[in-house]
Design a protein around this ligand. Structure first.
Ligand SMILES: Cc1cc2nc3c(=O)[nH]c(=O)nc-3n(C[C@H](O)[C@H](O)[C@H](O)COP(=O)(O)OP(=O)(O)OC[C@H]3O[C@@H](n4cnc5c(N)ncnc54)[C@H](O)[C@@H]3O)c2cc1C
Length: 612
């Protein structure tokens, strides 16, 4: 049985171990912290539980949904989503709703937004290499300035024009015609099989005691199968020879360096750290590429407020430039069990920083003071109501997609591929802006590679389609009204009732010349044969009814000359009719496909802020 050493007990590391245990291999996980879950951990402060940013569980990858169910079972809740944007001292529903946005912004602003949107559609930026161009091409410059620019720059800490458009394109795929049509057909909100179509935007799964519960449970399941997760060991050195990793050295909490050997290695530690840990070191160009990778750091200030309900949202995006916080979470609205006392509310104020920022080094008291001041400023709480608070810092929370990361990543990846027994997975392990599901999927693939499969972990979340529609069985316990009942939010890309071939057949173009020729030929032949039959039959008045066609076909009568003339004219008329019908049908279908695509894209972009 091969031994596999995994660095990091976040979702990716633990998933890799879980999958390896199923495959009959022997995983051991080394974790620098004394808690598992990585960025998806749940911190417990005096019984108040909170996430690093509020973790929704949603995926359209069936394998991942099955894994979550298998690990958490009845403790996996379906939760409704409510979120708003705070901007210009007002709250706007998010995803945006036309009437609500109009009421908040006023008719003049709404008109200007409309103008700027029209301009963007008619004269888009020719290039879409950065986030600013990408968003303003889709929403217009004015809407971009109001609803995207400030928040995005708070999160990423760099101007939108310096953020690569990659992540937007990665998270919001261009839809194929097939997907667009299907999505349009779903518009009524009800599929033929009687299931209510809802969206993963409107509800999500969440563990009863926060995301960390999933990963604590996973660790326990591993332990029950005899696989260890060793906490408090930070991997500092990765010794290798002839393209194979031999062992890693981890610094224990007691400050000692311990050696861990295995046949295979999986790393979820940030790529930059991994490259620096390699012994002997890689070539200079690889080290320089690693040094160019950037990470955004994250800090949350949690305030315990003496009030049963502060606001109804799960979270609020704070676009107001006058405060530093970017988002605010209300954890009891994620799950009521996140607070030990129902008369209290815990708010998580989120600050996106660089480690070098002075706020990063501020003591807890000063950060809590800032948090209280900012809550007061936006009218959410009174200082006298805040009875306690704490701060959690998370380094390297976001792998930054600047204009150079792609190139640097290619150099690192190329070098790492020279190792035969080392794979890197997860979010920072691939420097990819992945949610849990994709981080986990890369881990499953890596585990299976060790068992003999050949999966490309780097292709996850770049080549996979990403839909966000879900269905919940009608009458199931997961309906929106039933906030706390365990159930599944099932992803569905498309209704099963419309097969691909049908869409392709219906939307195939008709050839106007072919249809014209066919109709023309049929018309000419029928008229000629009808005339000929009547002439041969003879009589006093030959073909009195057919000769009425003379009103429409110039010079036509039921004679041999008239038959030839009429056939020619019927042929020409049939051709024109067929040509026109085919052209019109093509045009109408193209217009329908265009509208369906626009609608589906708008739907896919409806929750763009969630993806920032
Ligand atoms: C603010 C925020 C909100 C998010 N919201 C969502 C959401 O709503 N839904 C969702 O699905 N995802 C969300 N995510 C993303 C999700 O957190 C990540 O996709 C996921 O945690 C990545 O898992 P991972 O195991 O790859 O990495 P991590 O979670 O970063 O885990 C890596 C682990 O490795 C350990 N480690 C690092 N270096 C070493 C070392 N040298 N030695 C030993 N151990 C080491 C770390 O301590 C950590 O425990 C969010 C992330 C953030 C920052």
């Amino acid at each position: 049985m091969s031994r596999v050493l995994i660095t990091g007990a976040g979702p990716a590391g633990l998933t890799a171990a879980y999958e390896l245990s199923k495959l009959g291999l022997r995983p051991t996980v080394l974790e620098a912290d004394d808690q598992v879950g990585g960025l998806s951990r749940t911190v417990n402060y005096r019984g108040y539980r909170f996430d690093i940013g509020g973790h929704r569980f949603f995926s359209k990858v069936p394998l991942i949904n099955e894994l979550w169910d298998e690990i958490l079972r009845e403790d996996f809740l379906v939760r409704p989503r409510l979120s708003r944007i705070y901007y210009r001292e007002r709250f706007f529903d998010y995803p945006l709703k036309a009437a609500n946005a109009l009421a908040g912004l006023g008719p003049v602003e709404a008109f200007l937004i409309g103008l700027s949107y029209t301009k963007a559609r008619l004269f888009p930026h020719a290039e879409e290499t950065n986030f600013e161009q990408w968003v303003s091409n889709r929403f217009g410059d004015r809407l971009y300035q109001i609803f995207f620019k400030t928040y995005t720059e708070k999160v990423w800490g760099i101007p939108c024009a310096e953020i690569s458009a990659d992540w937007a394109a990665q998270r919001i795929k261009n839809l194929s015609l097939r997907e667009a049509i299907r999505s349009a057909l779903l518009g009524s909100g009800r599929a033929a099989d009687g299931q209510i179509i809802t969206t993963l935007i409107e509800q999500f799964n969440y563990p009863r005691f926060g995301p960390g519960m999933m990963w604590e449970r996973c660790k326990d399941l591993l332990a029950a199968r005899g696989h260890e997760t060793v906490g408090g060991v930070r991997v500092e050195r990765v010794r290798h020879r002839h393209g194979r990793v031999e062992c890693v050295y981890g610094r224990t909490s007691a400050g000692e360096l311990a050696e861990f050997g295995a046949e295979h290695f999986i790393s979820t530690m940030p790529l930059r750290e991994l490259i620096h840990a390699l012994d002997p070191p890689p070539p200079d160009e690889v080290i320089e590429a690693a040094n160019r990778l950037r990470y955004r750091d994250y800090l949350t200030v949690v305030l315990i407020v003496k009030r049963e309900a502060v606001f109804p949202d799960n979270w609020i995006y704070i676009h107001a430039p006058e405060v530093k916080m970017g988002r605010i979470q209300n954890y009891k609205n994620w799950s009521p069990e996140m607070v030990p006392d129902p008369s209290r509310t815990s708010l998580g104020l989120e600050y996106f920083l660089w480690e070098k920022d002075e706020e990063w080094r501020w003591p807890h008291e000063r950060l809590i003071e800032l948090g209280v001041k900012e809550c007061v400023r936006i009218g959410l709480a009174d200082p006298s109501e805040v009875e306690d608070g704490t701060v959690v810092r998370m380094k390297k929370a976001y792998p930054v997609y600047d204009q150079h990361y792609h190139e640097s990543l290619a150099v690192i990846r190329n070098y790492l591929e020279s190792f035969s027994n080392l794979q890197t997975v997860g979010r920072n392990g691939l420097h990819r802006y992945n949610n849990q599901d994709h981080s986990m999927l890369t881990a499953v693939y890596a585990a299976r590679n060790i068992a003999g499969e050949q999966n490309d972990v780097w292709s996850v979340n770049t080549e996979m389609e990403y839909h966000e529609e879900a269905r919940v069985k009608e009458g199931s316990s997961g309906s929106m009204g039933d906030r706390l009942t365990p159930s599944r939010v099932e992803p569905v890309a498309v209704p099963d009732t419309v097969p691909d071939e049908l869409i392709e057949a219906v939307f195939a173009k008709l050839d106007p010349v072919a249809l014209g020729t066919a109709l023309g030929a049929v018309g000419a032949i029928i008229l000629f044969l009808a005339s000929a039959a009547l002439i041969i039959k003879g009589g006093d008045v030959i073909g009195p009814n057919l000769s009425l066609l003379g009103h429409y076909l110039i010079g036509f009568n039921v004679t041999w000359a008239g038959a030839f003339l009429g056939a020619g004219e019927a042929g020409a008329g049939g051709f024109a009719l067929g040509y026109l019908v085919a052209w019109l049908r093509n045009w109408l279908l193209a217009a329908y496909a265009y509208l369906a695509r626009r609608r589906a894209e708008a739907k896919a972009q409806r929750d763009l802020l969630d993806k920032i």
